[in-house]
Design a protein around this ligand. Structure first.
Ligand SMILES: Cc1ncc(COP(=O)(O)O)c(C=O)c1O
Length: 387
């Protein structure tokens, strides 16, 4: 597969862009500027920082770094992925506007849209964004944003970013892609025409399951202007310490993603050949219905895999037996996290909602970590054999 063409190279940018030594002390790593305010030498004269809700040097460094990794012109970080979703929708939608959202995105997103934004007169439609005709049919005169997650969680369905961007732009709307699952190392939606990229930095960007965060990467001056205004005005910003954790995490993003991908491929093959597993959803398989699209817009397949154990009883039995894999929500950490979407991340969808998108009670999702492969596969084998 072709590697992302970032200049300087991806790892060089991850380690150095925004991560230059501190000019005032020579500290090689970006300091954590734990301050709520900044001295003014005289009235109106400062060093570019006034109050920490508005801006903070550790945050500035992270925002420079993440904009570079995604190929955007700006980025703004928030206290969690959901705080980033809140910021972008509040910045760019007003009463009477319409947003088209993928019908199988992270459950917290439609919960926020339906239970908060809808109360302010914003309209939402949910469609299968892998079906381009369905996206076209859902477009309205007042559609401002198409919201896509690719691949989706947990069904691993892809959306053609280039084509959906074309549909959005044809009507003056913008495409926002949640790139949490792939990270910019394996997928750069802005290169395919998306207007903004969103991440829960909680996942692969941070990579160590030790901090929440969210980011919106933009491509236009208006994105930067409105999101900076939202940071200042609503205050849901990422703390300097959490910014520092992400700055540290991204330095190893490339090597982590390579290992996640390598372990992911072997785990997917192992699961597919296991007699207790009914089917495996993984875009890296050559017979995955969207494998060609995966190769076009991704440079790796990541480490998110969903497999079918056959029933809720089977899923429960195997999840009780894992020892190396950790039974927990979330994903993208160095440790393998395993979860049961129907009762955990997707419980709020309800039985009918899950049925509609094809999510069964027997499905188990795994975010393959970077442990020794042999230990992981032995653990999964023991757990599956218990079914
Ligand atoms: C794909 C995706 N987007 C957004 C979010 C929300 O991020 P956070 O938990 O950091 O608020 C999650 C959380 O699991 C997610 O998986």
């Amino acid at each position: 597969m072709k590697k992302n063409q970032v200049k300087p190279g991806f790892s060089t940018a991850a380690i150095h862009t925004g991560q230059e030594p501190d000019p005032s002390t020579g500290a090689v790593t970006v300091p954590i500027f734990a301050t709520s305010t900044y001295v003014q030498e005289e009235l109106g004269k400062n060093k570019g920082y006034e109050y920490a809700r508005v801006s903070n040097p550790t945050r500035t460094r992270l925002e420079i770094n993440l904009a570079a990794l995604e190929g955007g012109t700006s980025s703004h970080v928030f206290a969690s992925g959901m705080a980033a979703v809140t910021a972008v929708t509040q910045c760019f939608l007003k009463q009477g506007d319409h947003l088209i959202c993928g019908h199988n995105v992270y459950g917290g997103v439609p919960r926020f849209f339906n239970q908060v934004m809808a109360n302010y007169g914003v309209e939402f439609s949910y469609v299968d964004t892998s079906d381009l005709d369905a996206v076209k049919r859902a477009m309205r005169r007042n559609t401002r944003i198409i919201w896509v997650e690719t691949p989706t969680n947990p069904l691993m369905v892809l959306t053609d970013i280039r084509e959906v961007a074309r549909i959005a732009h044809g009507s003056g709307a913008e495409l926002v892609v949640d790139n949490t699952f792939m990270s910019p190392y394996f997928q750069r939606p802005l290169d395919f025409g998306a207007d903004m990229v969103m991440h829960s930095t909680t996942k692969f960007l941070n990579g160590h399951s030790d901090g929440l965060g969210g980011v919106i990467v933009g491509t236009k001056p208006i994105h930067a202007e409105k999101l900076a205004f939202m940071q200042k005005t609503s205050g849901g910003i990422l703390s300097p310490f959490e910014c520092w954790l992400v700055l540290r995490g991204v330095k190893t993003l490339a090597v982590r993603m390579e290992k996640h991908d390598e372990n992911g491929r072997s785990t997917a093959d192992f699961l597919r050949n296991h007699p207790k597993v009914k089917c495996v959803l993984y875009p890296g398989f050559s017979d995955h219905p969207q494998h060609a699209l995966a190769k076009r817009q991704m440079t790796g397949f990541g480490s998110m895999i969903t497999f079918e154990t056959g029933s809720l009883k089977n899923a429960k039995k195997m999840l009780a037996k894992v020892r190396v894999c950790t039974l927990a929500e979330s994903l993208g950490g160095v440790e393998t996290l395993i979860s049961h979407p129907a009762t955990m991340t997707h419980a709020a969808l309800g039985e009918q909602g899950r049925k509609k998108i094809g999510l069964t009670d027997g499905m188990v999702r795994i975010s393959v970590g970077i442990e020794d492969l042999g230990d992981l596969l032995e653990d999964l084998d023991k757990a599956l054999t218990a079914i």
